[in-house]
Write a protein that binds this ligand. Structure first.
Ligand code: CU
Length: 313
């Protein structure tokens, strides 16, 4: 062996340009995969485009898929190329050639990895602090707000094992029915009156922790009417798995009709509720429950209000 081996040995005579033979199929496959992801797959990515928060999350997931596909395809292309081209030939008992460093490949690898990771760090941070992160529940003072002076306020109250909803702009009535208008900024105030829950309205892209004593705010604007699946997304006790219900998004006019009718219908119940507040003291709520049972307003097995239909006020 020579005393001073060159840093990058010249390619053996007759060797094909392996780099180019890997690069070309990688490029073709990556462009094809990214086009398929963006055009065909993106509209089906969760959580859909029913609301502003949902649409923004779908965009974020699509961007990450578009960035990830070429990386995965490079690994698979190299793997396939190595298996096929650098396979040990029958009768070949020699060791392979010694491995040398390759400054160009190493530098490219470090630069490309750094660019992708740093871009994702900046992209993720920006998306969290703008409209895209608005469905996440950013605590009592959200960084991103709707910007409109009077969004519809909906208080989400978690309790074992049910969500109830209060509408402070309609007399503060409380109901088990989540009804929301389209084309209106909704300001959720999420709290709990017992243990930690999490309000997850899947199609809206809203998931906000419901903690006792905490007013957790999340924003979204709904674009389409339809059904909304609500689940508790925080293990909260024996019947956590059964803590779900279905809300609905209706037209602004249908919402007004429903909200005003429900305000009147539930007036006698609203009177004995604690006044609307951003959080509630769990010990007072227990007393309030006893008062409601005494007044004959529940079946005694928890909060129950007659279901109301926004389409048929
Ligand atoms: Cu729960």
């Amino acid at each position: 062996m020579a005393a001073e081996a060159p840093a990058q040995p010249p390619a053996a005579a007759g060797e094909p340009n392996h780099g180019l033979r890997i690069f070309i199929p990688w490029l073709v496959l990556s462009v094809a995969a990214d086009l398929i992801i963006w055009i065909a797959w993106r509209p089906h990515l969760p959580p859909g485009t029913m609301s502003s928060a949902g649409a923004n999350q779908q965009f974020d997931i699509a961007i990450m898929a578009v960035l990830a596909a070429p990386v995965m395809i490079l690994v698979l292309t190299y793997f396939a190329y190595a298996l096929i081209v650098w396979r040990q030939k029958p009768g070949d008992e020699e060791d392979g050639p010694p491995i040398h460093g390759n400054t160009r490949i190493q530098a490219t690898w470090i630069v490309v990895s750094s660019v992708i990771v740093l871009f994702l760090a900046v992209f993720g941070t920006v998306e969290l602090f703008t409209a895209q992160g608005s469905g996440g529940g950013e605590g009592a003072s959200a960084v991103f707000t709707s910007g409109v002076s009077k969004p519809l306020q909906v208080q989400v109250i978690g309790q074992q094992w049910k969500f109830t909803y209060r509408y402070p702009q309609y007399g503060g009535f409380e109901t088990t029915d989540l009804v929301l208008p389209t084309n209106t900024w909704v300001e959720f105030h999420v709290t709990s009156i017992d243990v930690i829950h999490s309000f997850w309205a899947y199609q809206l892209g809203v998931k906000a922790d419901a903690n006792p004593g905490v007013d957790n705010i999340a924003y979204t604007k709904i674009y389409q009417t339809g059904s909304i699946t609500v689940r508790c997304a925080e293990l909260c006790g024996l019947w956590h798995g059964a803590m779900f219900d279905y809300g609905k998004a209706v037209s602004p006019a249908a919402f007004q009709t429903w909200a005003k009718a429900t305000e009147v219908q539930l007036a006698s119940v609203t009177k004995v509720l604690p006044p609307y507040s951003l959080t509630y003291d769990p010990t007072e709520v227990a007393q309030m429950g006893k008062g409601m049972v005494a007044a004959g307003l529940t079946g005694g097995a928890g909060l129950y209000y007659p279901p109301t239909d926004p389409e048929q006020p």
